[in-house]
Design a binder for this molecule. Structure first.
Ligand code: GDP
Length: 536
């Protein structure tokens, strides 16, 4: 072997990394995420029968029943990550929770993906939750593919939709397909790159490769067969051709351009094109910055970062599953690993992998893959795991909560259990816990109302603590830092009535109204106020 020839181990890692695609679907509830997920699994051959993902979702919606939530936590572990093989690629699809269980979790999941697929309901355009998720993607320059769904309904005009997406995203939209008609008159899509038309036929029975395809974009037979809708589409395509730039892979990878596809997930229409685009355009895992250095995916030594922690089903065992994104190297079950933060050794013999609905033991994993490691609290959010090297990956975001509650125990003898329970739930990322400097009542912070309910329920059932969750006057939180430690101390002392420490002892200022925060900011020009804290 010559000196500049990579070793067989590295060569194998390189080729495995190259075929990985790790992405999440983002959408507003009801846009069709579940349906599309299922169809992607179906088209890749990962599942045989449609309906299985939907069945899971149906139970997920029954959030009023707490027993259901318990059950679903087990289910959602399995459905949090789906792995499928398509063509010569291994696709990891990460679930982002819907509105009911929406929480900070979703944001952190987006740090573990290399691309996102945005599903838009063609009738509703860009909706609020999509917008929030997009902000996270945009902040990280995550490449985004756009799927405009439900073309079998009466929806908005495609040009208007394209314009709206472009404005909302702040990136250029490049249509890869263009619809011919909509609703009852939906005839199919023009594939602008392959120069052919795919004819729409309603129904779920069709599988890949069985739809009617007509060659050419202006086949003379089209006008007769598809009438006015065809004429309109022709005009629109011409406009788009003049206005939209050519697709540029580099711009897509930098998050400046998004390819747009039209379809109808429920009718299996347009799904294949999206799957193909994912494989062809979405990037393989790339290098990731750690505080010490940049880590390349094909490095032989294993490294990974915990981006999500989920309590397991069995409350008696307090098992948790840490979700790790592999950043480099080759993971094998039973290998000796180290938790960099604590120096503790980890030897994951039982590891959860997630293929469709099946939980099965995982034998090996490469960069881009997700590993689920059951543990009893050894692993925390943001933890870096290596074979021994002291590395700390950056970039796992904590968002300033937008809702606050104070929490007390009904039985003062249970104060210790409350603290222990909240610490664990905090480590999981289920809630943020703040200790105010003044007073002894703990504060909970969340971005979604449901987080409080889940925490109260879990405190009672897993820690035997009946907690009183009460309104709080605070509405805004900002982490504070300052280059001058003396100035920071002065700030904390002067504001001790509204200062608190979070789970990692980061000082946080809490205020009741946004204008109050602006006043504080202008009074303390040297202090920095952060709405986002990155785990480091
Ligand atoms: P999610 O909340 O984003 O996961 O959305 P779902 O996948 O559950 O879809 C919401 C609703 O829209 C369901 O009733 C689906 O059957 C329906 N739906 C999904 N895709 C389409 C489509 O292409 N056309 C029509 N007409 N309905 C669809």
């Amino acid at each position: 072997m010559s000196a500049d020839q990579p070793s067989p181990v590295v060569q194998r890692i390189e080729s495995e990394v190259r075929r990985r695609r790790t992405f999440a679907i983002i959408s507003h509830p009801d846009a069709g995420k579940t349906t599309l997920t299922e169809k992607l699994l179906l088209f890749s051959g990962a599942i045989q029968i449609a309906g299985s993902v939907k069945a899971r979702k149906a139970s997920r919606h029954a959030t009023s029943d707490w027993m259901e939530i318990e059950k679903q936590r087990g289910i959602s572990v399995a459905s949090s990550v789906m792995q499928m093989e398509y063509r010569d690629c291994v696709i990891n699809l990460l679930d982002t929770p819907g509105h009911q269980d929406f929480s900070e979790d979703t944001y952190r999941v987006l740090t573990a993906v290399d691309a996102a697929l945005m599903v838009i309901d063609a009738a509703n355009g860009v909706e609020p939750q999509t917008r929030r998720l997009l902000q996270v993607c945009r902040a990280r320059n995550t490449p985004i593919l756009t799927f405009v769904n439900k073309m079998d309904r009466e929806v908005q005009e495609p040009l208007a939709l394209m314009d709206e997406i472009e404005r909302e995203l702040g990136m250029t939209v490049v249509p890869f397909t263009w619809p011919v008609g909509m609703g009852k008159q939906f005839h199919g899509v023009m594939d602008l790159r392959q120069q052919r038309m795919r004819v729409f036929a309603p129904g779920e029975d069709r599988v890949a490769g069985t739809e009617e395809v007509l060659d050419g974009l202006d086949n003379p037979a089209y006008a007769e067969r598809f009438g006015m809708q065809y004429d309109n589409a022709q005009g629109e395509i011409e406009l788009v051709r003049e206005a939209a730039p050519e697709f540029n892979l580099e711009d897509f990878l930098a998050g400046r351009q998004t390819p747009m596809f039209f379809g109808s997930a429920v009718n299996n229409f347009g799904v294949q094109e999206v799957l193909d685009a994912l494989v062809e355009l979405a990037p393989a895992p790339d290098e990731r910055p750690a505080m010490q250095r940049v880590v390349k995916p094909e490095e032989p030594k294993f490294s990974g970062v915990v981006f999500k922690i989920q309590a397991n089903m069995d409350p008696a065992h307090r098992d948790r599953i840490a979700f790790l994104r592999v950043a480099s190297g080759h993971f094998e079950r039973g290998m000796r690993l180290k938790v960099v933060r604590s120096g503790k050794e980890l030897r994951p013999n039982t590891v959860v992998s997630f293929l469709s609905q099946r939980r099965e033991l995982l034998d090996e994993a490469f960069a881009g893959d997700i590993i689920g490691i059951p543990n009893h609290g050894v692993l925390q959010l943001g933890d870096t795991i290596t074979e021994g090297e002291a590395l700390q990956f950056t970039g796992l975001p904590f968002f300033a909560p937008e809702m606050f509650r104070s929490v007390e125990v009904a039985d003062p003898l249970k104060t210790k259990q409350l603290k222990a329970g909240l610490q664990q739930l905090g480590e999981e990322g289920a809630i943020q816990v703040f200790r105010p400097i003044a007073g002894s009542v703990l504060l909970l912070g969340a971005v979604g109302q449901l987080q409080f309910e889940v925490v109260a329920h879990r405190l009672e059932h897993e820690y035997g603590v009946k907690a009183r969750i009460m309104p709080s006057r605070f509405q805004v939180a900002r982490w504070v830092t300052c280059e001058d430690p003396q100035e920071l101390k002065r700030f904390i002392d002067a504001n001790d009535h509204r200062m608190a420490y979070d789970a990692v002892d980061a000082p946080t200022v809490l205020v009741e109204y946004a204008p109050e925060l602006r006043a504080i900011e202008s009074n303390w020009p040297k202090i920095k106020f952060h709405a986002l804290r990155e785990h480091a």
